[in-house]
Design a protein around this ligand. Structure first.
Ligand code: DAH
Length: 347
């Protein structure tokens, strides 16, 4: 047992230790640790002192107990006081570091938009869907049969020279035209048929108005008594929706192996209203697409009786429409991903 006087001196010693110790504490965590070293029920210095009670002669016990209790209460007060002070300082520092300068100009968030070719493609899909067309998306790799032979363009047919083809093997190629989709649709579906087939096509061709990869939208309608009148009526609705009210079409004879007769479709110039300008090269008309009545041989290739049914087909160059719509004369502008250009081509 320690001497009673020694224990009383210890109370003063601890008090002095706490009095000077708290002043040096720098954080609420340090206060917690410091407090623990005195008040922890097991190892705390004040708790240890309490445990000495049982060894103290009974006549001195009450007095000693009172002393330790006073120390404990006083120490608790000091710790709380310091804890409060440091917590306030810490909160202040946190607010300071998280302070937001509401006068700072906001960061500009750039809003993206769909590529102009996608916008025109979607617009076409919307228009055709409103006329009851379904969408068939074919594949970019095709066989020679679907891309050419079934479309009445067998090997050695001179019309194959119209399209410079990327062959992957003698049998497989990158489709040169979405017309390949016509065959897939007619093989899978019996008339009445009313589909569009949008997608990428590929040709070894590269200049201001041609790109090795571009977008087409094929259209095919097969039913009883389909004629060129149906084709023109439908195209008139289409061009009015794209180029504005009053725009109309004219058909000129042309040649495609898969249509007979074949036509080239012009729209009345939406820039000058048909009077003649730079855009329409003074003619009042702008060529926009190829079309025709589906060649009987193509229907027969797909097992459709050409005595009962006839069809119309058309192929739209989506980039060409986009270039006309946005007034661009070089197709490369659509593919160079120059934001200064693309930002201007937005509906
Ligand atoms: N496939 C033709 C091309 O790429 C475009 C075309 C013309 C499609 C006439 C047709 C059509 O369906 O009837 O040049």
């Amino acid at each position: 047992m320690q001497d009673l006087n020694e224990l009383r001196a210890k109370i003063d010693e601890i008090k002095a230790e706490i009095a000077s110790g708290v002043l040096g504490l720098k954080s609420s965590k340090a206060v917690y640790e410091f407090k623990k070293s005195f008040l922890d029920p097991k190892a705390g210095k004040i708790s240890q002192l309490m445990k000495e009670m049982k060894n103290i002669p009974s006549e001195a016990r009450a007095d000693f107990g009172k002393g330790v209790n006073e120390l404990k209460n006083w120490a608790g007060g000091r710790f709380d006081e310091m804890d409060e002070k440091l917590k306030a300082a810490e909160a202040e520092a946190r607010y300071e570091s998280e302070k937001i300068d509401i006068t700072m100009p906001a960061k500009k968030i750039k809003v993206g938009n769909l590529h102009p070719v996608t916008q025109v493609k979607n617009q076409l899909i919307d228009i055709f869907a409103s006329m009851g067309f379904e969408v068939f998306e074919g594949t970019e790799i095709e066989t020679d049969y679907y891309n050419f032979t079934a479309l009445n363009t067998p090997q050695d047919h001179p019309a194959r020279d119209m399209q410079d083809t990327f062959y992957l093997s003698p049998e497989f190629l990158l489709r040169t035209q979405t017309s390949a989709g016509q065959i897939h649709v007619m093989e899978a579906k019996k008339p009445p048929i009313k589909v569009i087939s949008p997608g990428k096509v590929f040709r070894s061709d590269d200049d201001a108005t041609h790109s090795p990869m571009f977008t087409q939208m094929e259209g095919l309608v097969v039913d009883k008594h389909i004629t060129l009148c149906d084709l023109q009526g439908m195209l008139n609705v289409l061009v009015e929706k794209i180029f504005g009210e009053g725009t109309t079409t004219r058909l000129r004879p042309s040649y495609f192996p898969f249509t007979e007769p074949s036509v080239e479709v012009d729209v009345s110039c939406f820039e000058c209203g048909g009077k003649g300008c730079k855009l329409c090269k003074g003619t009042g008309w702008i060529e926009v697409l190829g079309a025709g009545i589906v060649n009987k041989k193509v229907l027969e290739n797909c097992g459709i009786d050409s005595n009962d049914y006839s069809g119309l087909a058309f192929g739209i160059g989506v980039e060409r429409l986009a270039m006309l719509k946005y007034g661009i004369n070089n197709i490369k502008l659509l593919y160079e991903s120059d934001l200064r250009v693309l930002e201007q081509l937005n509906d």
